[in-house]
Design a protein. Sequence first.
Length: 76
Amino acid sequence: MPRRRLDIEPTLLSEVERIGRSEGVSVSQIVNEALAMALAERRHRLQTPLCPRLPRPIPAGSRRPNRDEILSVLDF
């Protein structure tokens, strides 16, 4: 596995080391798991549309209301 040098903020590194000691696992394992979870969340966030009400196809057999029908329900 290739090695890379990463600069990690001291506060984050201290917390990772504390977690590693309490769980009895290596710092590398904690960092790899945390990074994998963060990347999965990021992929999900980028694939999720920002607007939950995206246009949907009109079902077969239905019709669109005409202009007069729309204006009749609006208060102008």
